[in-house]
Design a protein around this ligand. Structure first.
Ligand code: UD1
Length: 430
């Protein structure tokens, strides 16, 4: 199993190209199941989760061809991928594929809309909470589907004439359930109105792509989304939006190590709340042409409290990284997690580097320390693992992060991107 070895203490200086967003690419790829034409996605990141979804889509009959690998001057690349599903080959998404990644459960929406039936294993993914599927079941039931749980699978069946548009308000905001209901409703008979919809930029990106495919969706980005059903969708070409979590992660790394980095190909509008929190810590964050410039001072990091919330609030996917930054602040800060109930697994690993963190329910109290010291730590989930890398960059001496397969699910070319800015980060294969 690979490990990441970091020797801390170097400031970051240079340019980091931001990849296409994993969390946008996954639902966009799944949307290819809705049409027999070709959906072409540009700027698809090269990540383990994307490769896993390609395998899952292949099982349903999607033909995938990768080309247009465009090498940037700095060695990173973005891929253009063509997805064509002439015919759904199989409406079952089996346990061994779905259990590896929660988002693969989302195929249930398009399969049900196009074929009238789907048998999808209950999902797996990062162990950050119980992550139930009740909202998917309720939402699709509102569109007329019959949903039954049987042997670890959900059997979903649409009415004989297809799904029926309806008004449905989620009792809780869910990104995945919003994606799925929106995709399913594109091919339903009549109009669907989704209330309390997720407002994340990735939902807007999916709606834009579906509209380019011929769907009639309005209101994405607000909490009410209206979808007028159409009889079929066509192909389209769509560029995946930049990864706001990767953007925020590197911005926090610079705030912590000090230095001056331009995050290229991203947009501050995607993460205003997080950038504002970063500014309050004392980092300079400005929008520049084609990106964001972050100047960090590395010391005198001010303590800042944050509470995670659905978009436009502070993203839960940046909570661990922000906690990493706060371990070196000059005072006491509090971070409250409201989205997932078990998303503090990085706390004990950060403590191994010398952080002073105590937990009380869903709130972490972080008393800043003047120094972190390198240690052996273990990645526990995708975003937690990158918080350990950031902390390792700011720690004295050597940090070794094990179980880096978590990182490979969501961060493209992490060592290369950091290495080109002066960090000492290498992958050690065993
Ligand atoms: C997506 C993101 C993930 C991010 C999360 C919240 C992708 C691939 N993943 O995950 O990185 O951390 O949004 O921003 O885009 N819930 C229920 N019942 C359901 C569905 C969800 O109770 O049927 C709960 C979840 O347990 C969680 C909350 O709703 O407490 C939000 O989860 P959700 O927005 O659905 O997260 P994902 O879409 O899985």
């Amino acid at each position: 199993m690979d490990r990441i070895r970091i020797v801390g203490g170097n400031p970051l200086n240079g340019i980091i190209p931001i990849s296409g967003a994993k969390n946008a690419a996954l639902p966009l790829m799944i949307a290819s199941l809705l049409t027999s034409d070709t959906l072409t996605l540009e700027n698809v990141p090269h990540l383990a989760d994307v490769e896993q979804l390609i395998r899952i889509l292949g099982n349903h009959g999607v033909d995938v061809s990768v080309n247009g690998r465009r090498e940037h001057q700095d060695g990173s690349y973005a891929r253009t991928i063509h997805f064509t599903c002439r015919k759904i080959a199989d409406t079952t998404a089996p346990y061994d594929l779905v259990s590896k990644m929660r988002a693969s459960f989302w195929v249930i929406g398009p399969l049900l809309a196009r074929e009238g039936q789907a048998r999808v294993s209950l999902p797996g993914g990062c162990a950050i909470g119980t992550r139930p599927v009740d909202l998917f079941i309720e939402g699709l039931t509102a569109l007329g589907a019959t949903m039954e749980i049987d042997g670890g699978y959900i059997n979903a069946t649409a009415p004989a004439g297809g799904l029926i548009g309806a008004r449905y308000t989620f009792p809780k905001v869910s990104v995945g359930a919003t994606h799925v209901l929106m995709m399913a409703a594109t091919l339903a008979n009549g109009t669907t109105v989704i209330g309390n919809a997720a407002r994340e930029p990735e939902v807007v990106d999916l709606a834009n792509c579906l509209n380019a495919m011929g769907a009639k969706i309005s209101g994405a980005g607000t909490s009410t989304i209206t979808i007028e059903g159409v009889t079929s969708l066509s192909g389209a070409r769509h560029r995946v939006l930049p990864d706001r979590i990767e953007t925020g992660t590197y911005a926090m790394a610079v705030a912590m190590t000090g230095g001056d980095v331009t995050l290229q190909g991203t947009d501050s509008a995607l993460l205003e709340t997080a950038l504002e929190a970063l500014r309050r810590t004392g980092a300079e964050v400005t929008s520049v042409e084609d990106g964001i410039r972050v100047v960090g001072h590395g010391d005198a990091i001010k303590p800042v409290d944050v509470v995670t919330d659905p978009f436009p609030g502070f993203p839960t996917d940046l909570q661990a990284q922000f906690m990493g930054l706060m371990t070196r602040s000059t005072g006491t800060s509090h971070i409250t997690e409201t989205i997932f109930e078990n998303r503090f697994m990085h706390v004990q690993e950060l403590a191994r580097l010398g952080a002073n963190i105590s937990l009380s329910g869903q709130t972490a109290k972080i008393v800043g320390v003047s120094k972190l010291r390198g240690a052996q730590v273990m990645a526990t989930d995708l975003r937690a693992s990158v918080s350990l890398v950031i902390a390792g960059l700011a720690a004295e001496g050597e940090t070794v992060v094990s179980r880096v397969y978590h990182l490979d699910r969501g961060f493209e070319q992490l060592e290369e991107k950091l290495g080109r800015c002066g960090a000492i980060v290498e992958r050690v294969s065993e």
